[in-house]
Design a binder for this molecule. Structure first.
Ligand SMILES: Cc1cc2nc3c(=O)[nH]c(=O)nc-3n(C[C@H](O)[C@H](O)[C@H](O)COP(=O)(O)O)c2cc1C
Ligand code: SF4
Ligand code: SF4
Length: 245
């Protein structure tokens, strides 16, 4: 059983790459919408959490999901953390959150994937992103093999990433988003928002929540490139994993 969160598709692709044949892959956004927070783990079955690292911490939708999660009989639990820097720092905090729900964290792996955070940092062009994705496939195959051997790895300390959760919250403010005249009114940004933070008002998207998960799905996946954020985004390349295009 694998739980995942994704904004632009990297973590979904990672979850698919490590899944065994027929293994259940659960989108935590959809599960939360249905109120599905209780799961029974079969004997010998492993449980995975696959998510993007945000500001050196756990992405907020996963923090909220775990706060209500009940996993019965979970013995071997792992995390695959997709990130643009290649060195995830949030495993200790994830272990802390899971421990509060009496769930162990046995092992964790960072995976270097293309950067989707154009709201704050430069992103790679298509060629570079494709190269990183090819390398990530090899890394994910290795991780799958490690999981098969039931590898273990200490999650480390948690307080720093817990502190960085404040940064995640702070940068969640939606007031920096704006829509340009390129908008066609297609409504995809509202449909793709995992936080239900966007509504269509007279063919124009409106951010109806003060804060959101800042997953960047809206800005990266807008087919007209009509969404901007602050000053930096206009010059930056939009990134979406090929599986979501
Ligand atoms: C708000 C935000 C903050 C991010 N912070 C980090 C970070 O601290 N370290 C890092 O390596 N990558 C960071 N990233 C990059 C993403 O973790 C990375 O691109 C990830 O693979 C995206 O996954 P997704 O396509 O499943 O949403 C951040 C991305 C966003 C949107
Ligand atoms: S996805 Fe882009 S074009 Fe479509 S409604 Fe949203 S902002 Fe407008
Ligand atoms: S408003 Fe945009 S960045 Fe915020 S959660 Fe929704 S899709 Fe993600």
């Amino acid at each position: 059983m694998i739980f995942y969160f994704t904004g632009t598709g990297n973590s979904l692709a990672a979850a698919r790459a490590i899944a065994a044949e027929g293994e259940q892959i659960i989108n935590i956004t959809e599960a939360a919408e249905k109120g599905a927070y209780t799961y029974e783990v079969k004997k010998g079955e492993s449980v995975g959490f696959v998510y993007p690292e945000y500001c050196g911490s756990v992405c907020r939708p996963l923090v909220d999901f775990i706060a209500r999660l009940t996993l019965k009989n979970a013995k071997y639990v792992y995390a695959v953390i997709t990130c643009a820097g290649g060195k995830a720092m949030s495993a200790g905090y994830l272990a802390h959150l899971l421990a509060e729900r009496e769930i162990p964290l046995s092992v964790w792996f960072p995976v270097l994937m293309p950067n989707n955070c154009l709201i704050y940092f430069p992103t790679q062009d298509d060629d570079k992103a494709a190269e990183i994705l090819r390398e990530s496939e090899a890394q994910l195959a290795q991780i799958k093999a490690e999981l098969g051997k039931k590898a273990l790895r200490d999650p480390g300390k948690w307080r720093k990433a817990a502190f960085f959760q404040n940064v995640v919250k702070m940068m969640g403010a939606t007031k920096l988003f704006r829509v340009t005249d390129k908008c066609t009114g297609c409504g995809k940004c509202a449909k793709n928002c995992p936080d239900k933070a966007i509504q269509m008002h007279g063919n124009r998207p409106v951010w109806v929540k003060k804060r959101c998960a800042k997953c960047t799905a809206c800005i990266n996946r807008c087919p007209a490139q009509a969404i901007e954020h602050g000053r930096g985004s206009a010059q930056r390349h939009r990134y979406v994993h090929p599986d979501l295009k």
